[in-house]
Design a protein around this ligand. Structure first.
Ligand code: NAD
Length: 287
């Protein structure tokens, strides 16, 4: 039987570390790290995500500042808010919840965030640092995935890693993290031919496509580690909503380890946001 990687437990342990780090920052600098969360509009899923982030901040002692804005906010006003948050000495991290309404230029807004406060790791400066292996803030979901993998591998050199999905949020940054650990990395996507043939060579297989049950048992090499990033909300015949991953979870017995959905990568994402906020605070307060 494959080990089921307990993302909730790893996330809880990461939060404990963050709590201790926050206490140490308060003792040294007289204030906790501060995270500003900007929510534009009233998308129900985004409201849930933002609510969870604020709650978790409170639990570890990070000050959170919520900015809820009307969906028809003028782009210039949003930029002025970002500028003010960049200047605010109590704020170490700025997160703009995505997606933004289509009338707004998300790229322009994210680029406005001071890279030192870019706890989502989406600013081109941080993307560049990740791709050159020169530090910077790393996007939370790939950071969560690699943290789970680091618990299983001390030496990745020469392992075949296959990443399904090439988004800027998950696939590409995770591929860079695996490359940095000297895996041989293959990044695949919707136009990849013979995907199953490629995944069968993977020692580490990451599925981040958002396609329910895409990865079947016979796509997975015996002994592989499978990280299922996909989260798709599906309403069942009973009217209940379930979260489903990209992997056929009941076909993975021959894997070495798998992440469940929910309870795998998901809890790690917010925990990594907290740890990125601590990292940003340290670099702002201590340099
Ligand atoms: P995205 O839509 O931006 O990118 C999806 C990628 O998968 C694309 O590169 C696409 O080419 C590829 N793809 C789609 N269908 C495919 C298929 N059938 N075969 C091969 N490749 C395929 O999505 P994203 O933002 O990268 O998110 C991916 C999934 O991860 C989604 O289910 C999302 O909900 C989930 N997600 C989870 C977390 C978390 O905290 N666990 C965080 C972010 C995203």
């Amino acid at each position: 039987m494959a080990i089921v990687i307990d993302g909730k437990a790893v996330a809880a342990s990461l939060r404990e570390t963050v709590s201790a780090d926050v206490a140490e920052i308060v003792a040294r600098h007289g204030r906790p790290p501060g995270l500003a969360v900007v929510l534009v509009g009233n998308d129900p899923a985004s409201e849930v995500y933002v609510g969870n982030k604020m709650t978790q901040c409170r639990k570890v002692g990070i000050s959170s500042f919520e900015h809820r804005l009307s969906p028809d906010i003028d782009q210039n006003d949003l930029i002025l808010l970002i500028d003010a948050l960049n200047q605010n000495p109590l704020i170490d991290g700025i997160l703009v919840q995505l997606p933004l309404p289509s009338e707004l230029d998300a790229g322009l807004i994210l680029d406005r965030i001071n890279p030192a406060k870019d706890v989502d790791g989406f600013h081109p400066v941080n993307v560049g640092r990740l791709s050159t292996g020169t530090g910077g803030l790393i996007p939370c979901t790939p950071l969560g995935c690699i943290t789970l993998l680091d618990g299983l591998f001390s030496d990745y050199r020469g392992l075949n890693a296959v990443v399904i999905g090439k988004s800027n949020v998950v696939g590409k940054p995770l591929a860079l993290l695996l490359l940095d650990r000297e895996c041989t990395v293959t990044v695949t996507h919707i136009a990849t031919r013979n995907l199953a043939e490629i995944t069968r060579h993977a020692d580490i297989l990451v599925a981040a496509a958002g396609a329910v049950g895409l990865v079947r048992g016979n796509w997975v090499k015996p002994g592989a580690v499978v990280i299922d990033v996909g989260i798709t909300r599906v309403v069942g015949d009973d009217g209940k909503t379930r979260l489903l991953g990209d992997c056929a979870s009941d076909e993975m017995d021959h894997a070495r380890a798998v992440t469940p959905v929910p309870g795998g990568v998901g809890p790690m994402t917010i925990a990594c946001l907290l740890s990125n906020t601590v990292r940003a605070a340290r670099s702002i307060l201590e340099t």
